[in-house]
Design a protein. Structure first.
Length: 354
């Protein structure tokens, strides 16, 4: 929803459609509703001490999370912090603890649908996929494995390759290591890697580990040895794929989109209540709720509620979708499904009018 659209709503409510100046209480109610919609969206990263929250924070801060124009702020805190948030990213490492189970059985703010659980330090596990599956079963929710420190060093999907102290990843050094006689035994521990008899200096090997961890170095070496002609960018993309970061970012992005849509739904309910209480604002509120922006927001909310994409394409496709959702609204027994179906129908009809 655009800020300009909200500005027009404020202008319309300053003087009502019946020519009566809106009272201070009515205008304040509208301003409060708009301010609540526009406040920054908070993504809270939390978990037990030492699980790797900072790496997940760095990953989320390295990308742009789309929240329909809202300012998204990512914050790390402890499980005892009770401040408000919109999306919860809960971080675990290794086996699920009783603290994890207790916290996620009833997350603060009732954020069941806005919670993403991440199993970080996946590079330290023998089988991170199996560990994540076991944790998912134990917690009764999806747990996503990620090589947090390596992904953070890559800058999420930005592939910039940057260590904690600001040192950059030098792919020429990685290629030199890959061309050396370094073997699997040399990559078992940091100490063995630093002691290996190769031409890359100890300081430069330390810089590689700082950027992408030892497991990341090992994975890049495998890529470069298997595909000697691979470009630096493609090799880093393969490493990013191996970290599991894409699945984490997709899950958080979806949760952020859902949170933004809920803001719109809450705003529309608030405006309807304000219009019912203040007769002089009713026309302005109804005009706003019938606008293209408001109808599009309702459509997004409905699609997210039903877990379906919004179909776009030819005019024929839009016509078919409008008819389909009109039929589903008429046949729906559940009131929530009916409202969502009607919102989708209205949205598709509005597309045809543009």
């Amino acid at each position: 929803m655009s800020v300009a659209g909200f500005g027009r709503l404020r202008d319309r409510t300053a003087v009502s459609s019946i020519g009566v100046t809106a009272d201070d209480g009515a205008r304040e109610a509208v301003d409060t509703a708009l301010q609540d919609r526009l406040r920054p969206l908070i993504v809270r990263v939390t978990g037990r001490t030492g699980v790797g929250k900072s790496a997940i924070l760095a990953i989320l801060e390295s990308v742009r999370l789309d929240a329909d124009g809202l300012d998204v702020r990512v914050r790390e805190d402890s499980v005892t912090d009770n401040t408000d948030f919109d999306v919860l990213v809960y971080v675990i490492a290794g086996a699920v603890s009783p603290v994890d189970t207790a916290f996620l059985s009833s997350p603060p703010g009732g954020a069941q649908d806005g919670t993403v659980v991440v199993l970080t330090k996946a590079d330290t596990l023998d089988d991170p996929t199996a560990a994540a599956a076991a944790a998912s079963h134990q917690l009764a929710r999806t747990v996503l494995p990620v090589m947090g420190a390596t992904a953070a060093g890559l800058g999420g999907t930005g592939l910039r390759g940057m260590g904690r102290s600001g040192v950059s990843l030098v792919m020429a050094d990685v290629r030199a290591v890959a061309a050396s006689e370094v073997g699997p035994a040399d990559l078992l521990t940091v100490e063995r890697f630093l002691a290996a008899d190769i031409t890359v200096s100890t300081r430069r090997r330390e810089a590689l580990i700082e950027c992408i961890e030892l497991r990341g170095v090992a994975l890049l070496i495998d890529v470069l040895r298997q595909r000697t002609a691979v470009s630096d960018g493609d090799a880093l993309r393969e490493l990013a794929d191996a970290t599991g970061v894409d699945a984490v970012l997709a899950a958080v992005s979806t949760a952020v989109s859902v949170a933004a849509a809920r803001r719109d739904a809450h705003l529309h309910r608030s405006l309807q209540q304000i219009g019912a209480r203040h007769r002089q604002l009713r026309g302005a509120v109804e005009s706003y709720l019938a606008s293209d922006e408001a109808v599009a927001a309702e459509m997004r909310c409905a699609a997210l509620h039903l877990g379906l994409p919004i179909e776009t394409g030819s005019e024929q496709v839009v016509v078919e979708q409008a008819a389909l959702w009109k039929q589903r609204a008429a046949a729906a027994g559940d009131s929530g499904v009916r409202r969502s179906a009607l919102a989708l129908c209205r949205g598709y009809v509005r597309m045809l009018r543009r």
